[in-house]
Design a protein around this ligand. Structure first.
Ligand SMILES: [Ca+2]
Ligand SMILES: [Ca+2]
Ligand SMILES: [Ca+2]
Length: 501
């Protein structure tokens, strides 16, 4: 099926709250489905063999896909490696004793020298369900914590057999949850060496079903709510896991510790690029009721969650990172998150390591957040909707193939499905344009990969069209599901800004 979509050229305000009219022209793409009937494709990559490699989050398979024909090969099936059944295969699918984790088989990083001596592929997947623990950390009396374990494994690619073999477990103690597992894996250089970065979520600890779990995003000795850094090849340490942890990681004082940066909520996007000679690492993460973030990730820095939400602008002063209705005291709210007296004071207390996001996509005003919190307490379902993008991934566009796009951040989103583009300045440390929106639809875009020549962009699309959390969207019209689509650059957009099909 070949479908032409002229892209919606819409600038949504977000940067510094500016309301900017749509005046600029941009580009046009041919859009086609490369392959479909996938079980929640989660990571996609253009591997050195010029094929699209993909993980299926619920299918627990790694696929190798010919981008021209869409033909699929199964390189690895991990179904036997997990101790929980498919959510939709449990007779009573509301059986919370056996929940499906958020994600499943998530991150994948293919070694850039895959075909030239380093046949390594790194995967992150949830492998173990520990149980649902009621009030386990002194949290909400009527909430639990859904505890899973995530492991990071290196496989070796056998090109002749077209299989991933010889798994080596690099880390098997990354906590998991039914919510906020993060899950993105990326190989990127730091200095003159490549490393493996992993984005770990905060487990949704402190909210909804996981309201009984203490949030550890600020605890540098916990892998919850962190960006982690591992070795791509083992170092000389004798122990099984320490050899995969770089000896110069920032929090290694007491023991070898994969933590690279702290204070993250649900980072699902990681990307790196060299811009004007400088190595830059970016993440995207989901905010609570507002303030989805794009962060510039630096060694040992603190990104604030759950003490500063988005910028330290005071919009959460007197509130908390999330809230639940207090059943014991009707009309009052309750949370295991710390109350935020002052974002500015909290940021100050974190010292020079604190970093505001480069961009908060929705720095919602305090008065609107207060109204929203009240609606949660009442509870008033119809007023519990809030605008957010829910950014799932990020890529840095560094090619000249699409005019004007060089040094842009490309961000697929889960809510109000779209591909966002924001232009960086020459340092790569600041976003300088408004947010351009492309290929908008009732679609959940999960990951992005850009072809080596920069002329094609691939997007992975969730099988489901429903978000998690109380703001459940159930779109009437769904354009794409469970597939990978290709956007091929066609030319400069010719029409006035509008949507057409
Ligand atoms: Ca080590
Ligand atoms: Ca933050
Ligand atoms: Ca804020």
């Amino acid at each position: 099926m070949k479908k032409r979509l002229t892209l919606l050229l819409l600038i949504i305000s977000g940067l510094t709250n500016a309301q900017v009219a749509i005046t600029e022209k941009d580009v046009d793409f041919n859009v086609r489905i490369v392959t479909d009937k996938l079980s929640d494709p989660w990571s996609i990559a253009i591997a050195p063999d010029h094929h699209i490699w993909a993980t299926e989050a619920k299918g627990y398979k790694v696929l190798r896909i010919d981008p021209a024909s869409g033909k699929k090969q199964v390189l690895l099936d991990l179904n036997a490696m997990k101790n929980f059944p498919r959510y939709d295969q449990i007779p009573d699918s509301v059986d919370h004793a056996k929940p499906w984790p958020q994600g499943g088989l998530m991150g994948m990083a293919v070694h850039p020298a895959l075909l030239t001596g380093k046949p390594y592929v790194f995967l992150a997947y949830v492998y173990h369900f520990d149980g649902a623990v009621s009030n386990n950390d002194g949290g909400l009396p009527d909430a639990k914590g859904y505890h899973f374990q995530i492991r990071l494994v290196r496989y070796t690619y056998d090109q002749l057999a077209a299989k991933l073999l010889s798994p080596v477990v690099m880390c098997d103690s990354i906590p998991g949850s039914s919510d906020h597992n993060g899950g993105r894996l990326m190989i990127a250089p730091h200095g003159d060496k490549d490393y493996l970065f992993y984005s770990a979520g905060d487990m949704g600890a402190g909210q909804f079903a996981n309201g009984g779990r203490t949030n550890k995003a600020q605890d540098v000795y916990s892998y919850e709510g962190k960006i982690l850094r591992f070795n791509v090849e083992p170092d000389a340490d004798p122990t099984m896991y320490d050899k995969w942890i770089p000896n110069d990681n920032p929090f290694n004082a007491q023991r070898q510790n994969a933590v690279w940066s702290v204070g993250h909520r649900n980072p699902q996007g990681l990307a790196a690029a060299v811009i004007s000679g400088q190595q830059r690492l970016y993440s995207t993460e989901h905010g609570p009721y507002s303030d989805d973030e794009i962060n510039l990730i630096e060694k040992g820095h603190n990104y604030g969650h759950p003490l500063v939400i988005g910028y330290d602008d005071g919009n959460y002063d007197g509130l908390a990172a999330s809230v639940s209705a207090n059943k014991a005291l009707p009309g009052r709210w309750h949370t295991t998150y710390p109350l935020i007296d002052s974002e500015q004071q909290n940021a100050k207390a974190m010292g020079e390591k604190y970093r505001n996001p480069m961009v908060s996509l929705d720095p919602t005003a305090k008065i609107i957040l207060e109204r929203l919190f009240q609606s949660v307490i009442k509870p008033d379902k119809k007023n519990q909707e809030w605008h957010s993008y829910a950014p799932s991934a990020i890529a840095v566009y560094t090619s000249t193939a699409i005019p004007g796009w060089k040094n842009s951040l490309l961000i697929p989103t889960l809510k109000g499905g779209a591909l966002l583009r924001i232009k960086l300045d020459t340092s790569g440390k600041k976003a300088v344009s408004n947010i351009y929106t492309y290929i908008k639809g009732n679609v959940r875009y999960r990951d992005i990969a850009v072809s080596t020549d920069g002329a094609k962009i691939y997007l992975a699309v969730d099988s489901s069209a429903v978000t998690s959390g109380p703001s459940k969207e159930n779109p009437q019209k769904i354009s794409y599901r469970g597939c990978i689509i290709e956007l091929a650059y066609k030319g400069i957009f010719k029409e006035p800004a509008k949507t057409e099909e």
